[in-house]
Design a protein around this ligand. Structure first.
Ligand code: SF4
Length: 419
């Protein structure tokens, strides 16, 4: 591709105009703020993440999905990068994919599991073969591939890289952006950025003139589409209206303003934090673990548990009082029966004779009189009744205790569900 010549006229911009006298590249970086759609998207995702990446320049871990997308883009670029048909055969496209894939090791690409890398490699081959079959015989020479432009606008140098640009004639262009990730509904924001910058880009007009001989005063983006390579689906968008581009550009300028003002507060969220490599540096996280903002939510949780327990106990008390009431009525009506039946349940009624000592002081005096207090090992009914049948205890003591003991009958009702 020939290098574009320097421009003479600025293209009329919708909102802001491209600068006519571009400073030298080395001066640019000092006075112009460099911006792009990916910077804008990252800032909107989390300003602090943006700072770590672009201000502090802390490298992120390689991401395998970027490596995969890169190799697919490379193979598609190879397919279309011919001066004139014929286009490369499918085997050559797959070979271009293989070569790019093998430039880096699994780890360099970001794969921790080599099996996953192998799987993705196969997936890439299948994806490209399917793409080739789907378009075979209909390949068209594009105007530009991987077109990179740095356009000065509103005090910024805005960079775009368009995967494929087609010239439709009469100053009209179509943009294609390949996607290789999940097939999700995407907003056309990125395409809006491309539309604005392409239409402001004076060099693009020069290229149209060079390649097609059309000297057009303005370029217009007529169609834009996201092409989802894994599913061969095209998500086409019409040219955005001026008002739509205006709203988008206001948003972009707002982001740029925040970056210039160094507003980099973290904006934590499940999606952005899940893939963030800066957790260890992020104040929202502590040593890679998410910091609970305050004890308040936990305290709230404890309060809820206390209330639930209280409500449950209240219910249980009510239910046991009701059960005791029913038990008393059943016993009063049992008339010596050992089993009673309802429609769903049967009740086994157990009657147990229980020893009890109503006069506690008298029991203590009796135990002390016969020096048995220690032997009783505490004033439990079980221990005292055991003394009464212990042959080593003097008979007088046993008789005294026996006289102090009373008997009561206790009922135990054991329910069983009928089968
Ligand atoms: S961990 Fe989350 S909040 Fe912190 S920088 Fe990363 S994305 Fe932002």
């Amino acid at each position: 591709m020939k290098k574009p010549k320097k421009t003479e006229d600025p293209a009329p911009g919708l909102f802001g105009a491209a600068s006519t006298s571009a400073p030298e590249p080395q001066k640019r970086s000092k006075c112009f703020f460099s911006f792009s759609y990916s910077k804008m998207a990252l800032y909107e995702e989390c300003p602090l993440k943006y700072k770590f990446k672009y201000v502090d320049k802390i490298k992120e871990e390689p991401k395998y999905y970027f490596a995969f997308g890169h190799s697919i883009h490379h193979a598609l670029e190879f397919l279309y990068a011919v001066k004139a048909p014929p286009f490369p055969a499918v085997g050559e496209v797959l070979e271009a994919f293989r070569k790019d894939w093998n430039l880096k090791s699994c780890l360099e690409k970001g794969y921790k599991d080599p099996a996953k890398a192998d799987g993705d490699y196969q997936k890439g081959l299948e994806m490209l073969s399917a793409y080739y079959r789907h378009h075979d015989g209909r390949f068209k020479l594009p105007f530009l591939l991987e077109y990179g432009a740095d356009v000065e606008v509103d005090g910024m140098v805005v960079r775009i890289i368009a995967d494929k640009i087609e010239y439709l004639g009469k100053g009209e262009l179509a943009l294609v952006d390949y996607k290789t990730g999940k097939d999700v509904r995407r907003r056309p924001d990125q395409l809006h950025m491309y539309q604005k910058i392409c239409e402001l880009d004076p060099r693009l007009r020069e290229r149209v003139h060079e390649v097609y001989g059309d000297k057009v005063p303005v370029l217009r983006i007529k169609q834009m589409l996201y092409y989802h390579v894994p599913t061969l689906k095209e998500y086409a968008f019409d040219r955005a209206e001026d008002a739509e581009i205006g709203v988008f550009w206001e948003r972009a300028l707002g982001v740029a303003e925040n970056i210039r003002a160094a507003r980099f507060d973290p904006s934590p969220g499940e999606r952005q934090c899940a893939w963030c490599d800066y957790k260890k540096l992020c104040p929202h996280f502590c040593g890679g673990e998410e910091r609970r903002p305050a004890a308040a939510p936990e305290a709230e949780a404890v309060g809820e548990l206390v209330d639930s327990y209280g409500r449950l106990r209240e219910k249980l008390d009510e239910m046991s009082a009701r059960a005791e009431e029913l038990k008393a009525r059943i016993i009063s009506l049992a008339d010596g029966a050992e089993v009673l039946a309802g429609k769903e349940y049967e009740l086994n009624i157990k009657r147990v004779e229980k020893t009890e000592f109503r006069n506690r002081e008298a029991v203590i005096a009796a135990l002390n009189e016969f020096d048995l207090y220690q032997k009783a090992l505490g004033l439990t009914i079980k221990n005292i009744t055991a003394l009464m049948s212990d042959p080593s205890v003097p008979e007088a003591a046993r008789e005294k205790l026996l006289r102090l003991a009373g008997k009561s009958r206790v009922f135990d009702l054991i329910p069983r569900k009928k089968t």
